[in-house]
Write a protein that binds this ligand. Sequence first.
Ligand SMILES: [Zn+2]
Length: 446
Amino acid sequence: MKLQFSFVAFAAAALFALPTLSTGYSLIGGNLGIGTTGNGYQRDFRIFNNAADATANDNGTTSASYPGATGAKQAIWKSGEIWNSNKDGNANFDFDFQGSATAAGGLNGNTISWGTSGCSGGTLAYCQTPISDGWNILMCEGWTWNDGPTVGSGQIDIQGVATHELGHALGLGHSSVSCSGSCANVTTMCPTICGTGVEQRSLQTDDKNGLAAIYGAKPANKPTITGLSGSFLVGGTLVITGTNFPSTVNVKFTAGTTTNTGTIPGVVYNVAATATSVSVTIPSTAVDGNVLVWAPGISRLSNPFPIDIGSSGGGGGGPCGTVANYGSGSVGSQSGTVANIGTNGTSPSAANTNFALTLTGGNANQSCQLLMSSAQATAPQLWGTLYVRFPYTSMSVGATTATGTKSTVVPISAAMVGTTQYFQYLVFDPTKGYQHTGGLRVTYCP
Ligand SMILES: [Zn+2]
């Protein structure tokens, strides 16, 4: 059983002309820890995106600041981010977005989801506490939820309401600063929403003071990430640059659907660092989201930094000339062998007009497609696994030979030098639709 802190729809109190209190923020007791064992790490939060309204997930605009997130997922990510040390929060506190969950996650799941349980009397949403062993936030169905960025009259802003509820999750009660007047000046932790809630996406001074009262001011030696370079690929070497890194750190990645069960997903422990740089191998659990430098020994967590796992955004395809296989192909119902993708062994360079991709092990005399993209994926399909990221280019390259092979010359222009592309062959298969190869990553040379 947990206590509920609700956020309600209408400022009914104003009708009764209660005396205005201005003492400010309140604390519910407890905080979200960053310990390394058991339930010690509680900065993680995630969304189970079961919102029913079409307007809750109609923002399809992607952003490099929120890789892999659109709709309600992006709105929820933003609602946590505003409390962070490099945003309005500006304290010794950072939330760690963990992406999408596949279930609501229970009382201690650190998950935001939608439902109707416990929703009555104008309740928009509530947060179940105590928080130190985890929390749960429910957004009440029955309202028309909107993922923004603009929110229509009569609708409720997901981001603003979630910002308020995450304020409870991190330890704030309601503020006693007056909720009347311009919405632009109303605190996020006011017990009632102002208008659609859009103005409560950002923090007021009273909200910031409350946050700092729990977690302390941002220390001068707080680790801070300022940039990423190197590889953004699973198994590649990511280089994190910044300031105030201790000599040994943990590096924490977003790791997808795991709810808060006392284990900490997506962590690489005990990585050597200099004060301004950390090199780390990206773990197989990492997904689009953020990366943080975590120094539990001195109770410090860096700001989260967005990372698009699987992209070559860090210049991360490796040095020019790199050709690397990833994933695995499938057995053809006719060939009885696994389809493989490779090259003809020549250099992937603009000076070479003969660089070709090759297929072996495919079904014989069947139509063949070559898929090409600027990023990799590992996306299950009905026919197998897609290893290139949407949007990709699909080229019909004609039928396979009588021995199930194919060769496709790739013209390399000057503009492609230094860039990385990702390829996969698909061969028609009368049983499963397609027989597929694994993926191939190629970085081009002059
Ligand atoms: Zn509340």
